[in-house]
Design a protein around this ligand. Structure first.
Ligand code: GDG
Length: 460
C-alpha cells in the first residue's frame, strides 16, 4: 500500500470509527456494503473498530470507559451513552435533523439548539475515549453523518495522525445545507480531516461549494461505494433452490415479480412507488392479474415521528391498493415490514423480472447494485432506477425515472415488463460491468491509499 508509514507494530494500524460497531460475527459474515468494504480493509492488518455500544445506560457525569474485545487481530472497542445523549445525538440531531437536510428535505427537519449541542458533546466524548486508545502511527477513518465533527474534536485533543472522513449519504447544495443552523460549524470542523470522501461527483461539487463559501480549505472527492458482487451472485444462484423459493414460485403462479427492497425510510420514495404501481394497473390493463409487486421494507428508526407517520401512510396505501385491485385469486401488492435473511433476499432478487429502486434521494443505494449482481446472466431482469440515486451515474443502462412522477414509474414498469431478451442482455451486461468494476473492497482500498499517502500533520 504505497508509502504507508511503519510504526512500532510494523504496519500502521487502521482505526475505523462508526456510530455503530458491528460484532465480530457480523464482520466475518459481512453482508452489507459498508461492513463488507471495511471488513475487507481491516483483514490482514492490525485494526481497531471504535464506536457506540448500542447501550444508553451510562450515567450523567461519568467519563466513558471503552469496553474492548479482540478477535482475529481486530479490537472492537465501544462506549455507552446516557439516555439523554442517545436521544439528542442519535434520534435528534443525526436522524431528525441531519438526515432530512442531507436528503434535500429541509421541511422535515425538526431543528433544536439543544440537540445540536448534544451532537457536539457526544462527538467530543467519542474523541476523548478514542484518544486514550490511539497509537502514534494509527490511520483513522471516520464514517458518516453522525460524526462530522469527530476529526476536529480529535485535533483539539492533540491528535496528529492521518484522519479521513467518508459521508455515506448525499450532500445537498450549499444554500440548502447552510439553512441548517450550525451548518457552518460542521463545515469548519471538516478541516480536521486530511481526506474527505463522498459518494458522487455531484455530492463533491455540492460540498466543495459549501466549503468554499465558508472559507474552509479541505476539499471533498468522490469515492463511490460498491458491493461484493461475486458473493451476492453466488448467494442468489444458491438461493434459487431453497425452500422459500419453492414457496415463492407457488405463490407467484407464473406471474412476473416486481421487487422493492428498502429500509422503511422516507428517502426511499416508497409511497410514490406504490402509486406508480397503481398507475401501471390503471393505465396498462394487460398487466392486471399478471404481475405481483413485492415490497420488503424492514422497519427502521421506528422511534422517530416521521418514520411512524410513513409507516401509517404505507399501511393505508397498501391496504387501499389491494382493496381496489385484488381479485379472488390475485393480490397485486405484497408488503412486508420485516427483514428477510440475506440468502433468501438474494434468491428473490434473482427471481424478480423487475428491480424497482426509486429513492427520492440516496447516497448510493446498494440494493440497485445487488439486484444487478443477482441476475441470471442468460435471462436477466430489468432495473428501474431513480435518477436521484447515487448509483444512477454508474448504472445509466437501467430504465431511469423521476421518482416523483407515478406516471413515469408506470411507463418504465410497462417497458421493463415487456422488454425483449436482447435489450435486457445488453443493458444488464453494461450494468454488471459497472457493479464488478467498483466493489466494496476496491472502494475501501481506494480511499485508504489516498489517506495513507497524505503528509502527517505536525504537532501544534
Ligand atoms: C446508506 C445510504 C448507501 C435491506 N433489506 C434487507 C436487507 N437490506 C440490505 C440491502 C443493502 C442494505 O440493507 C441497504 O443499503 P442501501 O445502500 O440500499 O441503503 P441505506 O441503508 O440507506 O445505506 C446509502 C449506503 O449507506 C452505503 O454507503 O448506499 O445511500 O443511505 O445491502 O440488501 N438485508 C437483509 N434483509 C432485508 O430484508 N438481509
Amino acid at each position: 500500500m504505497g508509502s504507508r508509514s511503519m510504526g512500532s507494530r510494523g504496519m500502521a494500524r487502521l482505526v475505523v470509527v462508526s456510530n455503530r460497531v458491528p460484532s465480530p460475527r457480523e464482520v466475518s459474515q459481512a453482508a452489507g456494503g459498508l461492513t463488507v468494504g471495511l471488513a475487507d480493509a481491516i483483514k490482514g492488518q492490525p485494526s481497531l473498530w471504535f464506536g457506540w455500544s448500542g447501550s444508553s445506560t451510562a450515567r450523567e457525569g461519568d467519563e466513558p470507559v471503552p469496553t474492548a474485545i479482540e478477535q482475529n487481530g481486530v479490537t472492537y472497542a465501544t462506549i455507552d451513552l446516557t439516555a439523554r445523549q442517545h436521544k439528542g445525538f442519535y434520534q435528534g440531531f443525526s436522524n431528525g435533523i441531519l438526515w432530512p437536510v442531507c436528503h434535500y428535505r429541509l421541511g422535515l427537519m425538526q431543528y433544536s439548539r439543544e440537540e445540536l449541542d448534544t451532537y457536539l458533546e457526544v462527538n467530543a466524548r467519542y474523541a476523548r475515549a478514542l484518544k486514550a486508545l490511539l497509537e502514534p502511527d494509527d490511520t483513522i477513518w471516520v464514517q458518516d453523518y453522525q460524526l462530522f465533527p469527530l476529526g476536529a474534536a480529535l485535533r483539539r485533543d492533540g491528535v496528529t495522525s492521518r484522519i479521513g472522513f467518508f459521508l455515506h449519504i448525499p450532500f445537498p447544495p450549499e444554500q440548502l445545507f447552510r439553512a441548517l443552523p450550525g451548518a457552518d460549524l460542521l463545515l469548519a470542523d471538516l478541516d480536521g480531516y486530511d481526506v474527505v470522501g463522498v459518494q458522487t461527483e455531484q455530492d463533491a461539487a455540492n460540498m466543495n461549494g459549501a466549503l468554499q463559501a465558508v472559507g474552509v480549505a479541505v476539499r471533498a472527492q468522490a469515492y463511490p461505494i460498491g458491493i461484493d458482487p461475486k458473493s451476492f451472485a453466488r448467494q442468489a444462484a444458491r438461493g434459487e433452490t431453497s425452500k422459500e423459493m419453492g414457496r415463492l414460485t407457488q405463490a407467484l403462479n407464473n406471474r412476473a415479480l416486481i421487487l422493492g427492497v428498502d429500509r422503511l425510510d422516507y428517502s426511499k420514495g416508497i409511497p410514490e412507488r406504490f402509486r406508480g404501481f397503481e398507475r401501471l394497473l390503471q393505465r396498462f390493463p394487460a398487466h392486471r392479474g399478471k404481475v405481483s409487486f413485492m415490497q420488503i421494507a424492514p422497519v427502521s428508526r421506528g422511534e422517530v415521528a416521521e418514520y411512524k407517520a410513513l409507516r401509517r401512510q404505507l399501511d393505508e396505501l397498501a391496504g387501499r391498493i389491494n382493496g381496489d385491485w385484488a381479485e379472488i385469486d390475485w393480490i397485486p401488492l405484497r408488503y412486508i415490514t420485516r427483514g428477510l435473511p440475506r440468502k433468501v433476499l438474494a434468491g428473490v432478487h434473482r427471481r424478480a423480472a423487475v428491480g424497482l429502486v426509486t429513492p427520492l434521494r440516496d447516497g448510493m443505494n446498494l440494493v440497485a447494485k445487488e439486484y444487478v449482481a443477482a441476475q441470471d446472466p442468460a435471462d436477466p431482469g430489468v432495473l428501474v432506477l431513480s435518477r436521484f440515486a447515487g448509483a444512477a451515474p454508474e448504472l445509466g443502462d437501467a430504465v431511469l425515472v423521476n421518482p416523483y412522477d407515478p406516471d413515469e414509474i408506470a411507463e418504465a414498469l410497462d417497458r421493463a415488463l415487456t422488454m425483449a431478451l436482447p435489450e435486457r442482455l445488453r443493458r444488464w451486461e453494461a450494468m454488471n460491468a459497472a457493479v464488478t468494476r467498483v466493489t466494496a473492497a476496491s472502494w475501501a482500498r481506494g480511499f485508504l491509499d489516498v489517506l495513507n499517502n497524505v503528509q502527517v500533520r505536525q504537532a501544534a
